[in-house]
Design a protein around this ligand. Structure first.
Ligand code: PLP
Length: 416
C-alpha cells in the first residue's frame, strides 16, 4: 500500500476534498472498500488472459470454468459450505431478493408468513414490502435500544398450523416459511445472535436466511454449525470488486430461480459468469481468511481508541449500537446540537470520508430507519456519524480523525 499523506488544512472552505488532497482518509468501509492490490492484480490478469466463457468447450472456456470452480470451492470452504451450495450473483441485493422472493414463491403452499426485523437493510425490507403487496404477511420484529433482536421475539412471532415439527423442508406444517435476520447491522454495527435464532427456526421447521454482508470476511461463519439455510454476501465489502456476490443455499433446498436463461450456476442463476470478478472475490476471501484474526485485533484497537477518545473529548456525544457486540470496524456516534451532514462535509473538506448513515440512505434526508427503530431522539438522530475502519486504517489516520471531529463539532456548534 502507498503511504497515505495528509496534512491538517488551514483552508476552511468546504471545497470537495478531492481538490485538496492526493488521497483521502477513507473511513466509510461499511459502504464499500478499497480494492486490495492483490485482488486488483488477480483481476487484471484474469481480464487479460482469462476471458473465456465458462460454458465454452474449448481451452479458454475450460480454463474459465476451472477458475470458476476453484473460486467456488475456495469460498465455500471459507464458510464450511459445499461448492454446490454456493451460487455467484451480481451482489447482495440480488442474493437477498432471490432468497426472499423465491423462498416465498417456492414454499407458498406451506405458508404465507415471513419474519424479519425493523433494522434490516433496504434490500430485505423492500423485498418484504413487495411480498406484502402480493399477498404475503410479514412480521417486523423490533430491536432493543442497542439494535439487538431478542431470539425469543422471533420464536413468539413464528406461526404454526399444528404442533408437528418435522424435518426441515419436509412436510413442514408451519405457517411461517422464512425468517431473515441480518448477521450485523450496516449502520450501527450491532451483531445479532443468529446462531440462537437459526436454532429456533430449525426447531420450528422454518427456513433461516442471514444477510451477512457486513460480517463476511470479518467474523468467522460456519453455515453448518450455525444452522444457516441461506446466506447473502458481497465482495465489495471485503476489498473485492463491486458487482459480484454470493448466495449460499443449504444442500437439499430447491428454489425456483429468479433469473431464467442459460444453464449457468447449476440452472439456478442464468447469465455468463463474470470470471475476473469472481476471481477477485476469491482473492479477497483468501486475504480475509489469512488475516481475519490479526485484522480484527488491530482494527478493534483503533476503533476503541476512536470511541473512547471521542466520548471523552467531545461533550454531548454518545455511541450508538451495542457497546461490545459490535462489528470490529464500526463506530457510530451521535453529537447533540449539530447536524451529522455538516460534520461529514467538514471532515470531507479536511480529507476524511465518513458517513451519516448507510450509503444507500445517505442521500435521503429522511432520518435512518435503524436509528429511529432504536429510539434515538431527534437531536441524536440528526447529529449522527458512522465511521468504519478497514485493515488499511492506520493509527495516524485515527488520531487525525479524532482531532478533526473534536474541531468540527466545536466549530459547527458555535455556528448554530
Ligand atoms: N445488506 C447490507 C447489510 C449491506 O450493507 C448492503 C450494502 O450496503 C447490502 C445488503 C447490499 O449489498 P450490494 O451492494 O452488494 O447489493
Amino acid at each position: 500500500m502507498d503511504k497515505v499523506t495528509y496534512q491538517k488544512h488551514t483552508n476552511e472552505s468546504l471545497q470537495p476534498a478531492s481538490l485538496q488532497f492526493d488521497r483521502h482518509i477513507y473511513l466509510d468501509n461499511a459502504a464499500t472498500t478499497m480494492i486490495a492490490d492483490e485482488v486488483l492484480q488477480a483481476m487484471g490478469e484474469a481480464l487479460k488472459y482469462n476471458y473465456g466463457n465458462a460454458s465454452s468447450l474449448h481451452t479458454s472456456g475450460i480454463k474459465a470454468k476451472n477458475s470458476l470452480e476453484n473460486a467456488r470451492s475456495r469460498i465455500a470452504d471459507f464458510i464450511n459450505a459445499g461448492p454446490s451450495e454456493i451460487f455467484f450473483t451480481s451482489g447482495a441485493t440480488e442474493s437477498i431478493n432471490t432468497i426472499i422472493k423465491q423462498a416465498a414463491h417456492t414454499f407458498k403452499h406451506k405458508g404465507n408468513h415471513i419474519i424479519t426485523s425493523t433494522i434490516e437493510h433496504h434490500a430485505v425490507l423492500n423485498a418484504c414490502k413487495f411480498l406484502e403487496q402480493n399477498g404475503f404477511e410479514v412480521t417486523y420484529v423490533k430491536a432493543d435500544n442497542f439494535a439487538r433482536i431478542n431470539p425469543a421475539d422471533i420464536e413468539s412471532a413464528i406461526k404454526e398450523n399444528n404442533e408437528t415439527h418435522n424435518q426441515k423442508n419436509d412436510s413442514n406444517n408451519s405457517n411461517t416459511i422464512l425468517v431473515s435476520i441480518m448477521h450485523a447491522n450496516n449502520e450501527i454495527g450491532t451483531i445479532q445472535k443468529i446462531e440462537e435464532i437459526a436454532q429456533i427456526c430449525t426447531k420450528h421447521d422454518v427456513l433461516f436466511h442471514t444477510d451477512a454482508v457486513q460480517t463476511f470476511g470479518k467474523l468467522s461463519i460456519d453455515v453448518k454449525k450455525m444452522n444457516i439455510d441461506f446466506l447473502s454476501a458481497s465482495a465489495h465489502k471485503l476489498h473485492g470488486p463491486k458487482g459480484v456476490g454470493l448466495l449460499y443455499i443449504r444442500g437439499g433446498i430447491k428454489l425456483v430461480p429468479l433469473l431464467h436463461g442459460g444453464t449457468q450456476e447449476n440452472n439456478f442463476r442464468s447469465g455468463t459468469e463474470n470470471i475476473p470478478a469472481i476471481i477477485g472475490f476469491e482473492k479477497a476471501v483468501e486475504i480475509a481468511q489469512e488475516n481475519m484474526k490479526n485484522d480484527a485485533q488491530n482494527i478493534i484497537k483503533l476503533r476503541d481508541k476512536l470511541i473512547h477518545s471521542i466520548l471523552n473529548k467531545v461533550p454531548d456525544s454518545s455511541l450508538n449500537g451495542h457497546p461490545t457486540q459490535r462489528l470490529p470496524n464500526n463506530a457510530h456516534f451521535s453529537f447533540k446540537y449539530v447536524e451529522g451532514e455538516q460534520i461529514l462535509k467538514y471532515l470531507d473538506a479536511h480529507g476524511i470520508e465518513v458517513s451519516t448513515g448507510s450509503a444507500c440512505t445517505s442521500k435521503n434526508l429522511e432520518p435512518s430507519h435503524v436509528l429511529k427503530a432504536i429510539g434515538l431522539k431527534a437531536a441524536e438522530l440528526h447529529g449522527s456519524v458512522r465511521i468504519t475502519l478497514s485493515r488499511y486504517t492506520t493509527e495516524k489516520e485515527i488520531d487525525y480523525c479524532i482531532e478533526m471531529i473534536e474541531e468540527a463539532v466545536k466549530k459547527l456548534r458555535k455556528l448554530q
